[in-house]
Ligand binder design. Structure first.
Ligand SMILES: C[S@@+](CC[C@H](N)C(=O)[O-])C[C@H]1O[C@@H](n2cnc3c(N)ncnc32)[C@H](O)[C@@H]1O
Length: 206
């Protein structure tokens, strides 16, 4: 899938489905919040949610007092939906419409969070570009939390093929600059009642 097709796919998803109708909808992003707490970062930390879409993670982080938040997504419609839902408190959230495989970060972050975005990169060149961006965007001593479908999870997401990972496989894809600190398995219940097995891994950037 090229960049234009990819953007068209995601714009169409968010144009035709309500936030709660997508399979990845999560009322409470508890697995992400637990791993973010485990990093020990303070509320002044700069956090980017890559492929954050219309996720409610940012709502919870704002409630906890985090105030340097960025959401990056290919779909402007997803970011608009998040903005509308958040209202005034969300005005402080930076929104970036970009493809992570070609985005050039202009500042660094203390924490990179990605739930169910990296796994769509089925081409090695796209994965290399993602890792290059991750290296530039996360400061040394910073953190990355990346959640993907697990090895025993589904083979497709949003109708697209994905790559499934276990934590060690993900660590070797990211390379030696990212040390695996911990990983957790999580069974996500979709709004349609299906279980999707995820792995959530937390990395420390050296
Ligand atoms: C399965 S959804 C997950 C959304 C969100 N992370 C969550 O947990 O609710 C994948 C998201 O990644 C975005 N996305 C897919 N490929 C992307 C890319 N190459 N660059 C940036 N965003 C991308 C999509 O627009 C979509 O919002």
């Amino acid at each position: 899938m090229n960049d234009t097709d990819r953007q068209a796919h995601w714009q169409n998803v968010y144009a035709t489905k309500a936030e709660e109708e997508v399979s990845w909808f999560q009322e409470n992003p508890a697995p992400s919040l637990d791993l973010i707490a485990a990093t020990g970062i303070s509320t002044g930390a700069a956090i980017i949610d890559v492929g954050g879409g219309a996720s409610r993670l940012v709502d919870s982080l704002l409630e906890q007092g985090f105030h340097r938040l960025t959401i990056l997504d290919l779909s402007a419609k997803a970011l608009e939906a998040a903005k509308k839902r958040l209202g005034r408190p969300g005005e402080a959230v930076d929104r970036v419409v970009a493809d992570v495989t070609s985005w050039k970060p202009s500042s660094t972050y203390d924490l990179w969070h990605d739930r169910a975005t990296f796994h769509f990169l089925t081409k090695p060149t796209d994965r290399d570009a993602y890792v290059g961006c991750l290296m530039k965007a996360v400061r040394r001593g910073g953190h990355a939390i990346i959640a993907t479908f697990a090895q025993d999870g589904p083979e497709r997401c949003s109708g697209l093929p994905i790559v499934r990972y276990d934590p060690d496989g993900l660590a070797s894809t990211l390379g030696p600059a990212f040390e695996l600190a911990e990983s957790r398995r999580h069974d996500h219940m979709t709004p349609g009642g299906n279980t999707q097995r995820f792995q959530f891994s937390r990395f420390l950037r050296s």
